[in-house]
Design a binder for this molecule. Structure first.
Ligand code: ADP
Ligand code: MG
Length: 679
């Protein structure tokens, strides 16, 4: 069995595994990253998104859903926010089912990495409700993942840090992600973690920063016309990508759907978000105030989450706490949580030494009726009990001569109504009386023993006779496992057919009957068609940092890989005239040992690049050449951004998808359709 940690994030999820003696982060979905999103570390993220495309059977997950879907739902956000249903292609699915789909897609990604996720520690926000925790657990379980424990995100990040430093410390975790900011102060002493205070602000995250950057761009280049939903989506993605680039470079150029180019400088974005950064510091102050701590009482500051990477945010936190955060090389903001969870998984599976003190975040109890007949949560094990923990309470049936009693096992909060979504029934056990007696003689002791793996042992003993009438292990982390209905719903989701929705179909006046998009070996028609290869794109496929989680400066495109693709293409389409285009910067981006060969190929005209003085992107040249000669574009990208300028890209037979699977090149016709307004 594997030992895995899953950071099931609202925006991105990350999976790490304990392998022999260290944690590795898995590049689950690297092959679905578009070239322009290929940044160090992005191959380690799995966007927690479900989307659909009219071109594809079944739902899209991860990068495909984020970058290439027409409709997308951020499933996990909904799940954690208590939203019960998500509509996908006109069908409603329980949020838990959709989250199970995300877990299944991550499991598939692990399998592509030649491993599996069969058992895991999964992280949840420190302030997640009991119901959200329960659903997270259920969703993972539906996906066939055994949940060893749920761990709070800040504790997981702290664990991965403490694993490296091994000393007692007061840690402040500043986690600023896509949707919320969460600040937690933890005490690590003698191998135990205690979450001392946790404060946060919802609706304050990367999305708000994207909005500010979008405003900056639109102030300079106001929209001239109504943008289609595809254009809006593309613009939103471009803005987010540019924001990320601005954390590590002085300026970016953003092109609007009107083809206006705007240059934005790092300082301009920083200025536009100062109030947001100030608001993000409020929970830091609140935590310190709660604990009557001075900034200098904090020993280490961990900055995690994507938004924490903005230089002005790091600077503001450093100023507020009068100390620099733990360096990026020690605490990777994007993977620290998953790494800590993987470590916890290994400790729980006894694959590495260490102590993990798990406490239950919600109380366990049963449901009773008070004298007025109202049902209430009756607490047996209080929240925050260090596990294992055992406790008992005595109960009396409401009527005489009971034969059977239903004993409900609940997780929740005694201060809330039983019907509150925070209270969840885990299961129901039946108590059968050997003899029927009056109610006072039917009293029983209910004893719960909760161990650190989330196993709950329930024992009921009759006080009158000492007979044990219930003695059962409730695998509370996994009860409510997929019922046949849930199983079917998940199967339906994963195998959904795209609804033939007319608004998503594009009518092509010159549909080519000789191209069968479904058949994998469909050849372009004619004998000698021109195939225009997006060389930079192909040279980047699957190129990720050599060591997952480490930022490698030499992460670069491979000319050798591009040549292999060219050869495979020529082998498959011997008649085709193949032209290869690369970006203007390609020669500078390849590894040094390939540079001469690239220069020679450029000189001989075996490679083409955009003329000097134009923007670096080769894809515009690819599309222009293909237009000129009526040829086909060969790429791993979708060319959606080009479709407005080159509408023929939407026609079947004009884009040939290139994928690198286990060292073999696979070419499949691709029609990249984006929804167009119907008049
Ligand atoms: P969550 O915990 O909500 O799943 P993440 O920690 O993955 O979220 O953060 C996602 C957010 O961080 C997104 O808004 C993304 O645009 C942003 N982000 C990622 N990397 C950077 C970066 N280098 N600079 C600024 N923002 C970033
Ligand atoms: Mg997160």
């Amino acid at each position: 069995m594997t030992t895995t940690g899953i950071d099931f994030g609202t925006t991105n999820s990350v999976v790490a595994q304990w392998q022999v003696d260290d944690v590795e982060v898995l590049p689950l979905d690297a092959h679905n990253l578009d070239a322009d999103w290929r940044r160090p570390g992005f191959d380690l993220m799995f966007p927690s998104v479900v989307g659909t495309s009219s071109l594809r059977r079944g739902p899209l997950f991860g990068w495909e859903a984020k970058l290439r879907s027409e409709e997308a739902a951020e499933a996990c956000k909904r799940l954690l926010r208590n939203d019960e249903y998500v509509t996908i292609q006109g069908r409603r699915y329980a949020a838990t089912t959709v989250a199970a789909g995300v877990f299944t897609a991550m499991k598939d990604g692990a399998q592509r990495n030649l491993t599996d996720i069969d058992r895991a520690v999964i992280t949840v926000p420190a302030n997640a409700t009991g119901a959200a925790r329960y659903r997270t657990r259920a969703a993972a379980r539906f996906a066939g993942i055994e949940v060893q424990a749920l761990l709070n995100e800040p504790t997981a990040a702290a664990m991965s840090y403490v694993h490296d430093i091994q000393e007692d410390t007061q840690i402040l975790v500043f986690d600023w992600g896509g949707g919320t900011i969460d600040v937690t102060v933890l005490d690590y002493e003698d191998g135990f973690f205690e979450e001392r205070a946790s404060r946060g602000v919802t609706e304050l995250g990367g999305l708000e920063i994207d909005r500010r950057l979008r405003q900056l761009v639109l102030e300079r280049a106001p929209a001239r016309k109504d943008w289609t939903s595809a254009q809006q989506r593309q613009f939103r993605l471009d803005v987010e990508r540019s924001k990320i680039l601005l954390s590590s470079q002085p300026s970016v150029r953003i092109v609007t759907p009107d083809e206006k180019e705007v240059e934005i400088f790092q300082g301009e974005l920083e200025e536009a978000i100062t109030d947001l950064v100030d608001r993000a510091l409020a929970p830091v102050e609140a935590c310190l105030r709660d604990l009557r701590m001075a900034p200098l009482d904090v020993d280490d500051v961990l900055m995690i989450g994507g938004t924490s990477q903005i230089p002005s945010v790091r600077a503001a936190v450093a100023e507020a706490l009068q100390m620099g955060p733990v360096p990026l090389a020690v605490c990777d903001p994007m993977t620290a949580v998953a790494r800590g969870a993987a470590l916890a998984s290994a400790v729980l599976a006894k694959e590495t030494s260490g102590v993990i003190q798990v406490a239950n975040s919600h109380a366990l109890g049963t449901a009773t009726r008070d004298t007025t007949g109202r049902r209430r949560f009756s607490e047996i094990i209080p929240r925050n009990s260090p596990l294992p923990w055992s406790e008992r309470k005595s109960y009396t049936p409401t009527s005489n001569y009971s034969r059977k009693l239903a004993v409900e096992i609940w997780e929740g909060d005694r201060d809330k109504d039983l019907s509150d979504p925070d209270n969840v029934q885990l299961t129901e056990l039946t108590l059968t009386y050997p003899q029927q007696r009056v109610k006072d003689e039917s009293r029983f002791d209910l004893e719960y023993t909760y161990d650190s793996n989330g196993l709950l042992h329930v024992k009921a003993t009759l006080e009158y006779t000492g007979e044990v009438v219930i003695d059962e292990e409730v695998k509370s982390f996994s009860t409510g496992g997929p019922t046949p209905e849930v199983r079917k719903e998940l199967d339906d989701l994963l195998n959904a057919n795209p609804a033939p929705s007319p608004s998503l179909m594009v009518s092509t006046s010159r549909a080519r009957s000789d191209i069968r998009p479904q058949a994998s070996d469909a050849a372009p028609s004619g004998d000698a068609r021109t195939m225009v290869v997006d060389g930079s794109n192909l040279a980047w496929i699957g190129r990720s940092p050599a060591r997952p989680g480490r930022y490698e400066p030499d992460d670069c495109p491979s000319y050798a890989q591009l040549l292999a693709a060219r050869e495979a293409l020529a082998g498959k389409f011997p008649e085709a005239d193949i032209q290869v285009v690369v970006d203007a910067t390609f020669r500078h981006r390849v590894a040094e040992e390939e540079r001469d060969a690239v220069t020679a190929a450029l000189n001989k005209g075996e490679l083409m690049q955009p003329p000097p003085g134009t923007e670096g992107k080769g894809d515009a040249l690819v599309a222009a050449i293909a237009q000129e000669c009526g040829g086909m574009v060969v790429t791993n990208d979708n060319y959606v951004e080009m479709q407005d300028r080159y509408p023929w890209l939407r026609e079947p037979g004009r884009v040939l998808g290139a994928t690198l699977a286990k060292e073999a090149w696979i070419f499949t016709p691709r029609t990249c359709v984006t929804p167009r307004r119907r008049n």
